[in-house]
Design a protein around this ligand. Sequence first.
Ligand SMILES: [Zn+2]
Length: 53
Amino acid sequence: MTEETEQEAAYVCVRCRRDVSLNPIKDRIVCPKCSERVILKKRPKTPKRVVAR
Ligand SMILES: [Zn+2]
């Protein structure tokens, strides 16, 4: 049972290779850095983000 979370999905722009956090449902899929429309979804290695102190 896979459930999409409300968290920001991890995407990467194919042009500038920058990490892009966006909501494809609410936001347009476009890179905020270079306006590239081709954004690849990437799988996070870890489900939770570890906050470095
Ligand atoms: Zn970009």
